[in-house]
Design a protein around this ligand. Structure first.
Ligand code: FE2
Length: 290
């Protein structure tokens, strides 16, 4: 992280909103209904981020079958559970339970096969899954994961709100996770009506905000609920200022250092070249992703 975030995050010039994006309704796994907010056509613009899915429903039919065993290679998945219980197991023998407010950070590296299955048959299931790319040099590192219960996610309070610091740093609080290559910032920001939040960001890091309760403004732009605001990389801006509207508001702010490397994706594999994708499929078929 830049040391600029160690001061009080006073922003002299905010980034503007370049574009508002409405997610696409889709389903994945064994029929889990979700909204794909960051889609494949935005991977270059939002490098190092590859995907953001939002799921939120009170209807068990929308989530009950979960995500049976499937492989990954070449990137990291960050699952943030707002409400619900999800059991995950992987081919390395790891197992964990993701519950309200907790995060699972998984580095697929050279390969893992895992399942993500709800452990509830009723009630609300809500959360997000972010895919974060790995630098080319790290795509074949051994798989790794960490369960971060809600109680281990650092929080900072400020006038009119709270920020949960999942990764990176905010208001002098170091987050639960740090990554050298992509330097991700992952914040869950809770604002009272009219409250203001400032976050310093290096101008060349790609960044976006996703509003999941209420609504907020960034500069001149109103960002309604269930919209992603892609933040412009304004060279003279030193960060971003969010101002909540008339309702209690919650939003994710996600930023990272772009890798600037080729992106080749085939489903759950994200590498740099087609040849590496073919190899990933062969290795999976040969049972080498365990
Ligand atoms: Fe997965």
């Amino acid at each position: 992280m830049s040391t600029a975030t160690l001061d009080s995050d006073r922003i002299t010039r905010t980034r503007a909103v370049e574009r508002l994006v409405t997610g696409q309704a889709t389903s994945d796994g064994a029929g889990v209904k979700l909204t794909r907010v960051l889609t494949q056509n935005l991977q270059r613009r939002l490098d190092p981020f590859l995907m953001l899915d939002a799921f939120g429903t009170d209807n068990p039919d929308d989530y009950i079958a979960g995500f049976p065993a499937h492989p990954h290679r070449g990137f990291e998945t960050v699952t943030y559970m707002i409400a619900g219980r999800m059991r995950h197991k992987d081919s390395a023998g790891n197992e964990g339970l993701l519950t309200n407010g907790g995060v699972q950070w998984m580095t697929a590296g050279r390969g893992v096969i895992h399942s993500e299955i709800p452990e509830q048959e009723e009630g609300r299931m809500e959360g997000f899954q972010l895919w974060l790319n790995l630098p080319a040099k790290d795509k074949m590192i051994p798989a790794w994961y960490r369960d971060i219960p809600s109680s281990e996610i650092p929080e900072a309070r400020f006038d009119g709100g709270t920020v949960r610091v999942i990764a990176g740093e905010s208001r002098g609080v170091r987050g639960a996770m740090q990554r050298d290559g992509t330097q991700p910032v992952y914040l869950d920001i809770h604002l009272e009506p009219g409250a203001r939040f400032e976050q310093s960001l290096p101008a060349d890091h790609n960044a976006f905000v996703y509003v999941y309760r209420g609504g907020l403004s960034i500069g001149e732009t109103v960002v309604p609920v269930q919209r992603m605001a892609i933040l412009a990389n304004t060279p003279t801006a030193d960060g971003v200022v969010l101002e909540a509207g008339a309702e209690p508001t919650r939003a994710l702010l996600i930023a990272g250092r772009p890798l600037g490397e080729p992106i080749a994706q085939h489903g759950p594999f994200v590498m740099n070249t087609q040849a590496e994708l073919i190899q990933a499929v062969r290795d999976f078929q040969a049972g080498k992703l365990v």
